[in-house]
Design a protein around this ligand. Structure first.
Ligand code: URA
Length: 234
């Protein structure tokens, strides 16, 4: 099927509205030119199926697994990282390497449970070669999946780990050390950029003002805000 044919299938207003949506999940939007409108996916399982068959950019050629997300599909906090690394590509799960283990410790330090309180994913779903930073084209091709994930989870708070994550979703190109720990609004959602755990691994100092100390301040602020939000929605 040519990409033009796919495009018309995705946009076809003449499609019988009684057609079960499950038939659409068989149409993988294989070109980045093909839109993935909001509401395309009813479940994360459908979305994950498309991601695992996706070739909207070149990264699909070499992946072992698309790394879609893990945690609670109804979590209050969504953490968005940069891109899968080798461990993630092998397992199909985000943040399972050393950076992920540190992230879990950080969450546990304020009693946030990755299985219950958190849904974790990345700006792009497939591992870039040699863990290079994703290109603008790769981010753009993958973005509709992320937007659908945000719609489905509907988190109360979004945390961006690192500059690539903030820039990938919001377009904000400010340095992460400048904007970390500040609440920003994106599309009516409460978001906070935080340092990437891999950066903390490279900077193990703990004194006041160090990256680890800053992360400790930020995660406590996130915990406090979540408690306030939960208390006010009771
Ligand atoms: N693992 C991920 O899944 N994402 C990152 O950003 C880093 C490590």
């Amino acid at each position: 099927m040519s990409s033009d044919d796919q495009l018309s299938l995705f946009n076809d207003s003449t499609v019988d509205p009684t057609t079960p949506p499950v038939s659409q999940t068989k149409l993988i939007p294989t070109s980045a030119k093909i839109p993935i409108p909001a509401g395309t996916y009813e479940t994360m399982t459908q979305l994950a199926q498309h991601c695992n068959e996706c070739h909207r950019c070149g990264l699909g050629e070499n992946r072992h697994h698309a790394v879609v997300g893990r945690g609670n599909f109804q979590a209050d906090i969504m953490i968005i990282g940069e891109a899968p690394g080798q461990n993630e590509d092998e397992t199909g799960l985000p943040f399972v390497g050393r950076a992920g283990q540190l992230l879990e410790k950080i969450l546990a330090s304020v009693k946030l449970d990755p299985e219950h309180d958190i849904y974790i994913c990345n700006i792009i779903k497939c591992r870039p070669p040699n863990n290079r930073v994703p290109t603008t084209e790769e981010v753009a091709a993958c973005k509709p999946y992320l937007l659908e994930q945000i719609r489905l989870v509907d988190p109360k708070i979004i945390l961006f780990t690192g500059a690539t994550s903030v820039k990938g979703l919001t377009g904000n190109k400010q340095g992460i050390t400048k904007i970390r720990g500040t609440w920003i609004e994106w599309e009516g959602r409460l978001c906070m950029p935080i340092l990437h755990p891999a950066y903390l691994l490279r900077n193990p100092a703990r004194e006041q003002g160090s990256p680890k100390w800053l992360m400790w301040q930020d995660i406590q602020e996130v915990r406090q805000k979540l408690d306030e939000i939960r208390a006010s929605s009771k």
